[in-house]
Structure formats: structure tokens, C-alpha cells
Design a protein around this ligand. Structure first.
Ligand code: ASP
Length: 320
């Protein structure tokens, strides 16, 4: 049996259309269906590929309901014996968040390869077609598994990805760990073992509807930071707050005071670092809980999953 690779479209610049070929910025994202993206890559025509559209979003508007839909759809596809792997086309803006969310919540014993593009499909030298071809190559590689990202000729672990540049074609990095591999002329050269699933315990239980998920927000610490921002979030019903601290996760005294008030009100507060590399090392006595190596968006997802898990456990205790 020849097994299929399924391309699931969610939108993004990879599916974007501009009025002029030299326009890389003023385009409509998510305009094209995944079938059109695949049709632009002649090498894909010979492969057993199936395309489907899950969403048509500019990923800067990504939401929890779409994440739930995507996770459910991917789980169903991966269960099918005839599916070899799945490719997800996505926007670059929140690619790292979707990758991290899936890495922590989806049992991916087959490859789930996310990809995207910095230039719209109509650009003179669009990067989407090569990225899509590379993603399909990875999805069809023997032994491939886990949530990974094929972008700009490199393969990244979904758990490590971060967007580092807002315009350049090599927009992504993998943190201190670097890339998992490189794609060279249609071949994957792997540097390390495929990522192992480290599922969050919340992944084992059903979740409430996304509209009822706890609100978790990110606040950045900076010169002249105001505690009133944290107070306002608590007033608006935040259940968790991640502070993107300066340097090694240090937090402005004004924010720290407000964070202590938030904690006293039952809100969970953690600190990450706003530096793109390194995270937070160590935990001085009395400091807010650290998120370690996680970036602030990853730490937000982790806190969200912790809260979902704890609330689920509480509900189960109440009903048993
Ligand atoms: N705003 C776009 C998106 O994230 C950017 C991109 O895809 O490059 O959907």
C-alpha cells in the first residue's frame, strides 16, 4: 500500500497573494487553498499527496479554538494506517506557538511537519514552494516522527522554534540547541535523534470548550514598567501571567509588587526572559517561579496547560 502524506492548510503568508510580484508586505494572507500551494511545486505531482483546508487565518490571529480543531484533526489523521505523515501550512507569526502547543499535546508517532513562508505565493522568488517541498520530504522520510518544522532549508524541533526576524527569509532559530537537521537537494541530513513526545498531563483528558479556557497573558518587564498593567489584567480575569523579564528573568520592582498582589489574589505568575536565547538560569530565594529555558510564548502555553490540568482534576474530584 502506498501511504499518503496529507497537507493541512491553515493560512499564512505561504498562502498569501499580493497585487504586485515585488510586494512582500502588502499582501492578503491565507488567500490560497493548500491544493493551489501544492500545484505550484511540480515535484509534488508524482507523490501520493492529499490536501485539505482546516482554516484560512493570518496566524497573527491564531486562537485556541483553531488549535483544538487542528490537534483533533491531526490526531485523527495520524491514527489512519494509510497516512504516512502530515504537513501543516501555517503563518510564520505564531508558528512557534502552534508547534509548541502540538509538541506538548499531540502524540505524534508519525511526522507532523509544520511549514510556512516569509514571502507571499505571488512573490518573484517566493520561499513557500521550496519550504512545502522540504516539509513533504521530511514527512516521507523513514523513521521520521514528532512535531517538527521545515523552514529555510533547515529542520527544527517544534519544542525549540522561535521567530527571530520579521522580514528575512531565514527568520527562525532553534534556541541554544540549533537545528535538528538540514534539507539539501531533496534530502534530509539529520544531526540528532527525532524529538521524543513529552506530552503534558493535560493532553490525556478532554478539555472544556476553548471559550472557557483560563486567560493567561504575557507582560514584558522594561524600564519604566507599570504595575498597573498587571493589576488591570487581574481585574480583567487573568488566571495566569507570564512576565517576560529582562536578562536572566529579572522583573522591575513595580511589576514585582503587582505580581505579589496578583499571587495573593490567586493568580499564577511566572517569569521567563525576554532575551531570545538562554531562558532563565537558577532561582534566587524569593524570586517568582522560573520558566527555565522556555520563551515567554512557550511559558504561556505551559501555564495554560497546567491550569487546564489542575482545573480538570478539581472538577473530577468534585464530581466523584
Ligand atoms: N502574518 C503572517 C502570518 O503569520 C506572516 C507570515 O505568515 O509570514 O500568517
Amino acid at each position: 500500500m502506498q501511504r499518503t502524506i496529507v497537507v493541512v492548510g491553515t493560512g499564512g503568508t505561504i498562502a498569501g497573494v499580493a497585487a504586485r510580484a515585488e510586494d512582500h508586505v502588502g499582501y492578503e494572507a491565507a488567500a490560497l487553498a493548500p491544493e493551489a500551494l501544492a500545484a505550484a511545486v511540480p515535484a509534488l505531482a508524482a507523490l501520493p499527496l492529499r490536501c485539505e483546508s482546516l482554516a484560512r487565518l493570518d496566524s497573527s490571529d491564531m486562537d485556541h479554538a483553531t488549535w483544538c480543531l487542528l490537534r483533533r484533526r491531526l490526531a485523527a489523521l495520524l491514527r489512519r494506517p494509510q497516512v504516512r505523515g502530515v504537513v501543516v501550512t501555517h503563518g510564520t507569526d505564531t508558528l512557534e506557538e502552534t508547534a509548541y502547543f502540538l509538541h506538548r499535546t499531540l502524540r505524534a508517532s508519525k511526522p507532523v511537519v509544520l511549514t510556512a513562508a516569509m514571502r507571499p505565493a505571488t512573490a518573484l522568488s517566493a520561499d513557500g514552494p521550496q519550504n512545502l517541498l522540504d516539509a513533504v520530504t521530511v514527512a516521507g522520510t523513514d523513521g521520521a516522527r514528532g512535531v517538527v518544522v521545515a523552514f529555510g532549508g533547515r529542520l527544527w524541533c517544534g519544542a525549540d522554534l522561535r521567530k527571530l526576524h520579521g522580514y528575512r527569509l531565514d527568520a527562525f532559530g532553534g534556541g541554544d540547541g540549533g537545528p535538528l537537521g538540514v534539507l539539501e537537494d531533496g534530502r534530509l541530513r539529520l544531526f540528532r535523534a527525532w524529538p521524543k513526545a513529552t506530552l503534558h498531563p493535560a493532553a490525556a483528558r478532554p478539555w472544556p470548550d476553548a471559550a472557557r479556557w483560563p486567560a493567561v497573558d504575557i507582560v514584558t518587564s522594561h524600564a519604566g514598567a507599570r504595575g498597573a498593567v498587571v493589576d488591570a489584567l487581574v481585574g480583567a480575569g487573568a488566571a495566569g501571567i507570564v512576565i517576560a523579564g529582562t536578562g536572566n528573568g529579572s522583573v522591575h520592582a513595580e511589576l514585582l509588587g503587582a505580581a505579589r498582589r496578583a499571587e495573593a489574589a490567586g493568580v499564577r505568575v511566572r517569569r521567563a526572559s525576554r532575551c531570545p536565547l538562554g531562558g532563565v538560569v537558577g532561582a534566587p530565594p524569593g524570586a517568582l517561579p522560573s520558566c527555565g529555558a522556555l520563551t515567554p510564548p512557550q511559558a504561556r502555553i505551559e501555564l495554560l496547560l497546567d491550569l487546564l490540568h489542575e482545573r480538570g482534576a478539581l472538577r473530577r474530584r468534585r464530581t466523584s
